[in-house]
Write a protein that binds this ligand. Sequence first.
Ligand SMILES: O=C(O)c1ccccc1NCC(=O)[C@H](O)[C@H](O)COP(=O)(O)O
Length: 223
Amino acid sequence: MSNSDGTVFDYPIGKAKVWVKICGITSYEDGQLAIEYGADALGFVFYPQSPRYLPLSQASNLLSRLNILKVAVLVNPSLEEVEILKKELPIDLWQLHGEESLALGHRLPRGKIIKALRPPFEQKIKEWADCTFAFLLDSPSEKWGGSGKPFDWGKASLLRQHYSYPFILAGGLNPDNIQRALREVEPFGVDVSSGVEKYPGKKDKKKLLDFIEKCKKPTHPVS
Ligand SMILES: O=C(O)c1ccccc1NCC(=O)[C@H](O)[C@H](O)COP(=O)(O)O
């Protein structure tokens, strides 16, 4: 694979392993299940309007007990909110899911940001490339995230082929469509919330296991 400008990069295409983030974790039980099933990261939503919102008062105890990469999911947070979370919680990655300024991004650890993208993708990728761990492609939603609606996989595939940055595919993924999504997009990672739930904020054990197992199987013969 190479970029449109001819630069070649080593991309884990066709590898069995895709990076899996399970988002909207609100309990130790669900978090520990996801860990046991093989997830690579857990997402905790600190956006109060979300049905998966995790109050700070519950987050400290919960996150300290879960031995996995921990992602704080934020939507247009104030600098004060960010500083409080930085001080209070063992966060590994910061997912900025709104229309955050680059100035706010520069107040977070470099290379530890997952930036959710909205059009115009190209401009945002250019702006944020230097401080991100990965870009996240999620379906547009007035709720900002957790919509259960699929992203445009064709667009995701084009972006992944054009840029050498890691892309995480999100939006409406579930055990029934994940293998087709992996074949079509071949993303660095995937991220799911509602597609593995019984109801918002509560994961479904069978869906969770099914989803993660399908992510770990080769999507096609490894070359
Ligand atoms: O999950 C939420 O409720 C949420 C609310 C507001 C902003 C972000 C939110 N989730 C962030 C995620 O990374 C979700 O996993 C992503 O939006 C995909 O959600 P789903 O389509 O339900 O799988």
